[in-house]
Design a protein around this ligand. Structure first.
Ligand SMILES: Nc1nc2c(c(=O)[nH]1)N[C@H]1C(S)=C(S)[C@@H](COP(=O)(O)OP(=O)(O)OC[C@H]3O[C@@H](n4cnc5c(N)ncnc54)[C@H](O)[C@@H]3O)O[C@H]1N2
Ligand code: MOO
Ligand SMILES: [Mg+2]
Length: 423
């Protein structure tokens, strides 16, 4: 008789793996290569921004007090004593009745406390001297971008673990980070098991299918921010599979195999784990798909025996691998963000186990809807192409109707959340 396995709740399975999480090392990369990496240090303003008071306009800088008497019928005239562009440093200190012709981004001269745009100033030349006049009053500080007005020195700006996007890159450049401290990516080994598997370039043969899991998992690894190393596909043969897995374990931080974890005659992973002396954390989870997902540890390394069924494999990665990768990458929001959405379709199946239903999300009339991505069976591959979320339908429910509310895990979101449960 086949071995009876005792299913554990999803949360318990996640907890058991979570206890084995490790934080990855830090490495320096050029700012040019830091996109989509995760910061391994908090970014703090190294200096005020802007570092000097500057002009937001092309115009004239002068003392606002000199315009107290100015009006439409009473223009006030200034002698233009200097002319500076961005990058030039003013040399003149402005006194009463003096102005500096100043361009956007240039440092405000000492003595000046306002800038008037060219559009409200009249200019003329007399005896080789430039003059400017203005017919309105100006306030002290008007049109001046004060030193540190955006950010003060020492202000905390970006938390470590945050993914680097174009805006963050601009901040890094502003503070002179030519080298950026980022979290080292874990290297995840990928092996597909199954005598039925063909390579992607091969023609179909009777009884055989193309290996889609390896490509899917590699892509999930990239989406999670890690690196993969593909070791090929293995036939369901014990000795060669054991030798290969035993050998490559030193080359990776985490190992993912797909297939061979159920109770079939050619499901070899349980016996391989046993021979390796790996510590099996669980081999049955009260969830669908992916109930046979098996996870073991060998020293610090986590070995994921994901199911061969494509959708079970996909869900197993998102639930059990991704958070571990995120923690490795110093992300304190390691779990997928979980939001409430309205079901756009009926889902009439009763759920004895927690079910993770493939769905996609859309906004309509400022409400978030989750619609079924396709057939929701474990052995189905094509619905994955339309999946951007996983609806979490709790065990013990009798099915759902369009219009009901459900939790959805967002798969393309980078914000994440610190815990698996709804927060
Ligand atoms: N008697 C029982 N049979 C099964 C049980 C059970 O509890 N008792 N569980 C079922 C469930 S649930 C799942 S899920 C599958 C899990 O199977 P395995 O993880 O052992 O995977 P395989 O047997 O190797 O393959 C299953 C299925 O997936 C296809 N496959 C495998 N690898 C790939 C790949 N790289 N790319 C695409 N497709 C792949 C394979 O051809 C099979 O069709 O077991 C049930 N059975
Ligand atoms: O537990 Mo399986 O992964 O649902 O088909
Ligand atoms: Mg099997």
């Amino acid at each position: 008789m086949a071995e009876m396995r005792k299913p554990i709740p999803v949360e318990e399975a996640i907890n058991r793996i979570w206890k084995r999480r490790i934080t990855g090392e830090i490495e320096h990369v050029s700012i040019r290569d830091c996109d989509n990496r995760r910061l391994a240090e908090d970014i703090v303003a190294k200096h005020p921004v802007p570092p000097f008071p500057k002009s937001p306009y092309d115009g004239f800088a002068f003392r606002s007090a000199d315009t107290i008497e100015a009006s439409r019928n009473n223009p006030v005239t200034f002698k233009v004593v200097e002319h500076i562009g961005a990058g030039q440093v003013p040399e003149k200190i402005l006194h009463k009745g003096e102005a500096t012709r100043i361009m956007t981004g240039a440092k405000i001269p000492d003595g000046a406390d306002c800038v008037a745009m060219f559009e409200i100033c009249q200019t003329y030349e007399e005896d080789n001297q430039s003059f400017m006049s203005i017919k309105r009053t100006m306030d002290s500080g008007q049109n001046i971008i004060g030193e540190g007005s955006e950010v003060a020195e020492g202000e905390e700006l970006i938390e470590k673990g945050t993914i680097i996007n174009p805006g963050i890159k601009a901040v890094l450049a502003t503070f002179g980070y030519s080298q950026v401290k980022v979290a080292k990516k874990p290297v995840i080994g990928v092996i597909a098991t199954g005598t039925e598997l063909l390579d992607v370039g091969e023609e179909l043969q009777p009884g055989k299918i193309r290996n889609s899991n390896a490509y899917m998992i590699e892509s999930q690894i990239i989406r999670a921010g890690a690196d993969y190393k593909y070791f090929g596909k293995l036939e369901d043969k014990f000795d060669s599979s054991y030798d290969m897995i035993n050998e490559i374990l030193n080359e990776v931080d985490i190992l993912i195999t797909t297939g061979g974890v159920s109770v079939g005659d050619f499901d070899l992973m349980p016996a391989i784990y046993e021979k390796l002396g790996a510590d099996v954390l669980f081999n049955k989870v009260a969830m669908r798909p992916g109930s046979v997902t098996t996870v073991a540890t060998n020293g610090e390394k986590i070995l994921y025996g994901l199911s061969g069924n494509p959708s079970a494999c996909y869900v197993g990665f998102e639930l059990f691998v991704r958070p571990i990768v995120q923690h490795y990458l110093h992300n304190s929001h390691a779990f997928q963000r979980r939001v409430k959405a309205i079901l756009g379709d009926d889902f009439p199946k009763p759920n004895p186990f927690t079910r993770f239903v493939r769905c996609y999300l859309l906004y309509e009339n400022s409400r978030l809807y989750a619609k079924l991505a396709g057939i929701d069976k474990s052995n189905v591959v094509t619905s994955l192409a339309h999946t951007s979320g996983l609806m979490v339908l709790p065990g013990g429910t009798r099915g759902f109707k369009a219009g009901d509310e459900a939790d959805v895990l967002l798969l393309d979101d980078q914000q994440g959340q610190p815990e698996f449960k709804t927060i």
